[in-house]
Ligand binder design. Structure first.
Ligand SMILES: Nc1nc2c(ncn2[C@@H]2O[C@H](COP(=O)(O)OP(=O)(O)OP(=O)(O)O)[C@@H](O)[C@H]2O)c(=O)[nH]1
Ligand SMILES: [Mg+2]
Length: 390
């Protein structure tokens, strides 16, 4: 299996792409879809897998520079990476690459070089077509579609995996249909959620003929450096007064702010976290009851909830359950944070579960928020639940 290196996508695909298969990243114009192919290429290079990159929209030097924007220095993998330069001749530049397409507007010329390279590189290489749309623009839609069939056949013959980046400009209906439904083993859509401007980006598996995938999509963000991260716009942190919610938000966050007066929170804590391929915004509620109407209002769009309890204050647990009610938390994935485990007399996770009748499928994590102990474990569990990884 060749992994895509995109968080969650490999899971959707049943662990990756089997040898001999083709896949296309079908990118809607205006989204950062080209990063998907780049991340896949870098991921495989760093796993010491032989890769081929066909560059048809910029020269090899610029292409490598673009990777470094994401913190991916592909120059250090030069011995593993074969570049097919299908750009330099177009603009009359000289090229240092071994494989050069002398006439990128001629599909036969493209075929000749690509097939040669597929033979020359080790079996089970990853072949990446940097920009299928550019090849189509240069060689024509129909000729390119025919060529793709040939490249896919060669891929099967040599046990490679071939991955295409395609930007869905307004091509003919039949071309789009062929790409979406016919000529590839797998299609990953990368799209935008737009309301005049694109304010969110998502990806999902449209087709994967080897995997039993669900029609599921994920929001993502692109970090520079960092690449593609699954984006979770809203995780709520709630719980009784003084349980340690603000401390928890801060210990988890890459950056965070709170407005406290006399040691208690009087506005929402807001934190942002980037951790293990996930990027999330976290909102902590104030604990005092007078804020309950506000909590109800802001908890609407939450995707998951941390319920923070002070393990030394069992009397607060009734209030904790009430807060879960206020936030409609019972319908969402939630994780209980058994905080202040460092204080003598703190209740154990098992005691909390049995005494307060917490269902078995709700995780209770022992945490010391002041020492950041257990906080990332809790985060990983909650995002697993939110994104359906578990
Ligand atoms: N010993 C110990 N103290 C903690 C821990 N977590 C938080 N505290 C302390 O508990 C007190 C309350 O923490 P906060 O994070 O302000 O709690 P909160 O839930 O945000 O409080 P409100 O916003 O007022 O409801 C502070 O004095 C913290 O230092 C912990 O894990 N161990
Ligand atoms: Mg607080």
């Amino acid at each position: 299996m060749v992994e895509t290196g995109i968080p969650r996508l490999d899971k959707f695909l049943g662990d990756g792409i089997p040898a001999g298969k083709s896949m296309v990243y079908f990118n809607h114009p205006g989204v950062e879809g080209d990063v998907f192919g780049m991340q896949t290429l870098y991921h495989n290079l760093s796993k010491d897998i032989s890769c081929v990159y066909i560059t048809s929209s910029s020269n090899p030097g610029l292409m490598k520079d673009y990777f470094t924007e994401f913190g991916w220095s592909i120059r250090k993998f030069e011995d593993k990476l074969t570049i097919i330069d299908a750009y330099s001749s177009l603009v009359g530049d000289l090229s240092d690459e071994k494989y050069i397409v002398s006439d990128p507007e001629n599909i036969e010329n493209m075929n000749e070089i690509i097939i040669q390279v597929m033979k020359d590189v080790p079996k089970k290489s990853v072949i990446m077509v940097g920009s299928l749309s550019t090849i189509m623009d240069l060689c024509g839609e129909e000729k390119t579609l025919e060529a793709i069939k040939l490249w896919n056949k060669m891929t099967l013959m040599y046990d490679h995996v071939i991955i295409y980046n395609f930007t869905a400009w307004p091509y003919s209906k039949s071309t789009i249909h062929a790409i979406k439904d016919k000529i590839f083993n797998s299609v990953i859509t990368v799209g935008g959620i737009a309301e005049r401007v694109i304010f969110g980006q998502y990806f999902g598996v449209l087709k994967a003929d080897w995997a039993d995938h669900k029609a599921q999509s994920m929001l993502f963000r692109v970090l520079r450096p960092g690449g593609i991260k699954i984006y979770i716009p809203k995780i709520l942190v709630t719980g009784p007064f003084d349980a340690g919610k603000s401390t928890f938000v801060h210990s988890l966050s890459t950056r965070a702010i709170s407005v406290d007066r006399l040691g208690t929170t009087i506005a929402l804590d807001h934190g942002h976290i980037d951790h293990k391929g996930f990027s999330a915004d976290i909102f902590g509620t104030p604990g005092q009851e007078r804020f309950d109407p506000i909590i109800k209002m802001i908890s609407g769009e939450a995707l998951g909830i941390f319920l923070v309890v002070d393990s030394t204050a069992p009397k607060d647990f009734v209030r904790a359950k009430q807060m879960l009610e206020i936030t409609k938390g019972y319908g969402l994935p939630y994780v209980i944070i058994a905080n202040k485990q460092d204080i003598p007399g703190a209740m154990s996770v098992d005691d909390i579960r049995s005494q307060f009748n917490i269902p078995e499928d709700v995780p209770i994590i022992p945490v010391i928020a002041t020492e950041s102990k257990g906080v990332f474990e809790a985060f990983e569990l909650l995002v697993e639940k939110i994104t359906g990884g578990a």
